[in-house]
Write a protein that binds this ligand. Structure first.
Ligand SMILES: CC(C)(COP(=O)(O)OP(=O)(O)OC[C@H]1O[C@@H](n2cnc3c(N)ncnc32)[C@H](O)[C@@H]1OP(=O)(O)O)[C@@H](O)C(=O)NCCC(=O)NCCS
Length: 141
């Protein structure tokens, strides 16, 4: 691993490497909208907000970020296990939040699996609070 880790905007050409990383880490579920077409659509709707971290040609971190005009959302934050616990997850999260602030958003939400204690700890440590009360509901279209 080099110390030359950079971050930049997520481009659709990063999709294959991002999917491979999402499949490799624990705590993420690949769902509807995560195919190439879905991610491409998401990136086009939310230009400049999603991020990747690179070490040379390798994608070592990913975060999808977007908003609906009212709330910001971060999805699928993942860091290659070999690169974890060095602040890269935080760096990607901070860059996503900075982009949402620039877009005028005042609040962001994330969905964290109940059985992902490490993920929950990460978000809590960085100031996110669990929202008591609401349950998440969904429907396939
Ligand atoms: C959650 C995840 C993205 C965090 O990535 P990361 O790069 O390890 O994140 P950070 O390094 O910024 O922070 C992780 C921990 O390392 C610690 N850390 C950060 N920099 C450090 C350093 N230089 N030295 C030692 N520890 C450090 C942080 O304090 C943090 O501690 P905590 O877990 O007790 O809160 C990563 O664990 C991951 O990909 N998990 C699997 C996918 C997942 O669950 N994603 C979230 C879905 S909601």
């Amino acid at each position: 691993m080099s110390d030359n880790i950079k971050t930049r905007e997520f481009s659709i050409s990063d999709y294959d490497a991002a999917l491979e990383l999402w499949q490799r880490v624990e705590g993420l579920e690949i769902a509807e909208g995560d195919d190439r077409e879905g991610v491409s659509h998401f990136l086009a709707r939310n230009p400049g907000l999603s991020r990747v971290a690179t070490d040379g040609a390798a994608i070592v971190g990913v975060a999808l970020c977007g908003h609906d005009g009212r709330r910001g959302y971060i999805y699928h934050l993942a860091v290659d296990p070999a690169y974890q616990t060095r602040g890269l997850g935080r760096r990607l999260m901070d860059e996503c939040l900075a982009g949402l602030r620039r877009a005028g958003l005042k609040r962001a939400l994330i969905l964290v699996a109940r059985d992902n204690p490490r993920g929950r700890k990460f978000w809590r440590r960085h100031g996110w609070e669990e929202v008591p009360g609401p349950i998440v509901m969904g429907i396939d279209l």
